[in-house]
Design a protein. Structure first.
Length: 539
């Protein structure tokens, strides 16, 4: 079910670009013509997988149900699939595997430190590139699109780590090597520490994992980011539908307020559709990502959250094709269907890599175009502060207890056409008091441009007023704002403007004010005209 509502008229936009160009505040050069969207690349073949921590004892599964998920006739060379290796791949084993690839294939494989874990241990990704230099600057200037594949946000997705290790092996010395002729690839098969949960932390950046991913994306500026995980069949689903989830894979791309339509279209046509086709070719079933709707008592399912604080949506607001790929995990944490789970993800990731290579030049053009388009919108029109899923219905395939397939029409909250909950006039930028250095540091880690005010000035703006009754509703008040030297200005005439909007509009559950990063609503304001003060961009 493609998201028809988000498909822009490419011919009209390409003509607009060719005749007028795009003007940001300082009128940047016209971006290149938008590429014509055609059929995505053909399905990619499958590849290998990895190993992890002690696996629980297997749990009995009804024979009919188990028969729906037979193990594929493939083999993997990762630790968890070695003879006598009963556990999942540990963090130490994963690190040794990556270090071995860098040692044995140093011409194209380099280790990249992306941060430090809570224990102080280095967090390392592996960069695959034919560029002579492995610096972020050389990768950005390589003329090839970069794709980042990163691991699960939780500890209950061992097949995700295993699949990323398998893909790393294939990039170094297997069937995926040819991708490197057209694209750069960064693989971060993190094995999260017990208790780690970075899922909703990609705006506040409290966890080392979220900080590391933010730095990685900021420095290498990928065109595609894919998060890999596993979904767990839900007891709540079974209770409501007297059935279990059918699909080997659940897929979704970024869907949040202020998403660029061209990025959404590329995600659908160049990535999701080819991935689904590749999975079907391997006898694997795929569906949009869904779960029992939070708080729902009826038979209602919802797609992924539209909040701009998960990795999928934060990367999307950076004008990146951002995907989430999940295999059907094991609720008891065991190895049931483990090879099939890994094979599912390896098939999907191989297709993502092939699509990135095939569309490398077009992806770079889209990124350049959308960056300029977003920058040019400052001070104009409106901006979405908060959005929600749209209610509807969908016919869904599921399995009964005997493993028989059945279909059911369910209430379905869709991310493919969001409803705007709160919309405001788009400001020229945001002012932050000099005391808000913590917010400034997080914005800069995300890649948002922040400037420091060097001279006094007065500008038209909207200040925020917090009600005295203790509610979280924040009102705006049009006022003249005094900009003092040492305070900060976040212009919206930049590609990552919508990341700044998500962080700095205070009256949402995911904002920097709600998260305690901005210490008071009076410490920030919306700037509604170009500030005529001297500023200096922070390095």
């Amino acid at each position: 079910m493609p998201p028809v509502a988000t498909r822009p008229c490419l011919r009209r936009v390409a003509l607009l670009v060719a005749t007028a160009g795009l003007a940001a505040c300082a009128t940047p050069p016209a971006p290149p013509p938008i590429p014509v969207f055609g059929p995505g690349p053909g399905p990619a073949a499958p590849a290998p997988a990895p190993s992890a921590a002690p696996a629980p004892a297997p749990v009995a599964v009804p024979v009919g149900l188990a028969a729906r998920f037979p193990e594929p006739a493939v083999s993997f060379r990762t630790p968890a699939f070695q003879p006598g290796h009963a556990a999942f791949t540990s963090a130490a084993e994963a690190q040794r595997l990556l270090q071995g690839l860098a040692r044995d294939h140093g011409a194209v494989v380099r280790l990249v430190k992306v941060g430090e874990g809570a224990s102080g241990a280095a967090l390392e990704a592996v960069l695959f590139s034919r560029s002579a230099q492995a610096t972020p600057e050389s990768i950005r200037a390589s003329g090839r699109a970069t794709v980042v594949l990163h691991g699960p946000q939780h500890t209950d997705a061992p097949a995700a780590t295993e699949a990323l290790l398998a893909v790393a092996q294939e990039l170094a010395q297997g069937r995926l090597q040819a991708v490197l002729d057209k694209a750069n690839v960064i693989v971060w098969p993190q094995v999260p520490a017990p208790g780690t949960a970075a899922e909703g932390d990609h705006l506040l950046l409290k966890t080392p994992q979220a900080q590391a991913l933010a730095r990685l994306v900021r420095e290498y500026q990928p065109a595609v980011v894919a998060e890999v995980g596993e979904y767990l069949p839900s007891p709540e689903f079974s209770l409501r539908f007297a059935a279990v989830e059918r699909h080997d894979a659940m897929l979704e791309y970024a869907a949040t307020g202020n998403m660029a339509a061209f990025v959404t279209k590329a995600a659908e046509e160049w990535f999701r559709e080819p991935v689904v086709a590749a999975l079907l070719q391997q006898g694997l079933a795929a569906e949009w990502h869904y779960a029992v709707a939070p708080g729902a008592v009826e038979r209602r399912l919802s797609m992924g959250s539209p909040r701009p604080d998960n990795s999928r949506n934060v990367q999307g607001l950076k004008n990146v094709v951002s995907l989430k790929l999940e295999s059907r995990g094991e609720p008891a944490g065991g190895r049931a269907h483990f090879k099939r789970r890994v094979h599912t993800l390896v098939t999907a990731l191989g297709t993502v890599l092939q699509s990135t290579g095939d569309r490398s030049a077009d992806l770079l053009k889209i990124r350049q175009y959308v960056d300029a388009e977003v920058s040019a919108q400052a001070c104009k029109g409106t901006v979405v502060v908060e959005a929600e899923l749209s209610p509807g219905e969908r016919t869904l395939q599921m399995l009964d207890a005997a493993g028989h397939e059945k279909s059911s029409t369910v209430a379905w909250d869709s991310a493919l056409a969001l409803r705007d909950l709160k919309v405001r006039p788009r400001p020229c930028g945001y002012w932050l008091d000099a005391s808000q250095s913590a917010a400034v540091a997080k914005l800069r880690m995300l890649g948002v441009r922040v400037e420091q005010v060097l001279s006094k000035g007065v500008v038209q703006g909207d200040s925020f007023v917090e009600p005295a009754n203790g509610s979280r509703e924040v009102k705006t008040l049009s006022a003249l704002l005094d900009l003092a030297p040492g305070s900060f200005y976040v212009p919206l005439s930049q590609p990552l403007a919508h990341v700044a909007v998500a962080a700095l509009e205070p009256d949402t559950a995911f904002s920097y004010w709600a998260g305690g990063v901005v210490t008071g609503v009076s410490k920030t304001a919306r700037v509604m005209s170009w500030p005529g003060v001297k500023v200096s961009q922070l390095p």
